[in-house]
Design a protein around this ligand. Structure first.
Ligand code: FBP
Length: 281
């Protein structure tokens, strides 16, 4: 790893642990995510949470990164630029999230890492795998990190008659746990492994329901670091904290989450609890 990448890695992952605030949902899900707490739609509010909540990175698309470049720089919170995206208005069963910005633009905006969502399993997986592998190479040549949002999806992974051996195992897992197929350990672990194979420094994946099953995900990605993604806000704060405890016990580096922080009435309170769990202070 280059000296520069090592240095940036220590900024996003001090002590090899990570606590990232994700704020790309305005694009991926739409402003409906801000309805309950309208202040959440304002980036000033989010950046304040990231700063006071001691997050080790903030994820945005280029529009916000450009408009708030000086505020982000002043905050000292490392910028992770999301390079691809798609809206939820597009509902075809096989998703494709194309690259919209380049690694070079990310560097100009001051990003210390780039992020890209990969939907392995979609009929467009080849394009996403190819785009992400190119992004990884470019990011590394510029000395910055590449993070994969590894979310297997698409018609094939819901096809009960599929010839995929992994899917057969995942269907068995689903029968025992009632989990969504894209959150079963086999599918999540496969996504995480693809992230490693494509060169990601870190993969962001869904929670698989237990520390035991998440350990398989962490092992599958090793030595790539694993961060848990948050998902929709849980009914209780305890439920979410308990998931974080599970993944840390399983060897995850930490979290990269959004709604479970900024949709809560007291985001700083939960941020402090998470910091305590992840860093111990
Ligand atoms: P959350 O913690 O709010 O779930 O955010 C994590 C994230 O990966 C975001 O970065 C992204 O916008 C969103 O989830 C994608 O969600 P979905 O699983 O619905 O596609």
């Amino acid at each position: 790893m280059s000296e520069k990448r090592e240095e940036l890695k220590n900024r996003i992952m001090p002590e090899d642990k990570v606590m990232i605030l994700a704020y790309d949902q305005g694009f991926e899900h739409g402003p409906r995510e801000f309805l309950e707490h309208p202040e959440v739609g304002k980036f000033e509010y989010i950046l304040d949470i990231a700063t006071k909540g001691r997050f080790t990175g903030i994820v945005v698309h280029a529009g916000l990164a450009e408009k708030y470049a000086s505020e982000i720089a002043d905050s000292g919170v490392p910028l992770i630029l999301k390079l691809n995206g798609k809206s939820e208005l597009y509902t075809e069963e096989d998703p494709f999230s194309p690259q919209l910005y380049t690694v070079e633009e990310a560097c100009t905006l001051g990003a210390v890492a780039v992020g890209y969502t990969v939907h392995s399993g979609s009929k467009y997986e080849a394009e996403m795998h190819k785009e992400f592998s190119k992004i990884v190479r470019e990011a590394h040549s510029k000395g910055i990190m590449a993070i994969g949002w590894m979310y297997p999806r698409g018609k094939a992974i819901f096809d009960r008659k599929s010839a995929s051996k992994t899917l057969k195992i995942a269907l068995d897992e689903q029968e025992q746990t009632n989990q969504a197929i894209d959150e079963t350990p086999s599918i999540v672990a496969y996504g995480a492994r693809i992230g490693l194979e494509l060169g990601a420094d870190m993969v962001k994946v869904k929670y698989t329901g237990s520390p035991e099953s998440f350990r398989w995900v962490v092992q599958s990605a090793y030595p790539t670091k694993v961060a848990m993604s948050g998902g929709p806000i849980t009914k209780t704060e305890e439920e979410f904290l308990s998931r974080v405890k599970d993944v840390l016990a399983a060897g995850a580096a930490g979290i990269a989450v959004g709604r479970n922080i900024w949709q809560r009435p007291d985001p700083l309170d939960i941020s402090n609890k998470l910091h305590q769990l992840i860093y111990g202070y």
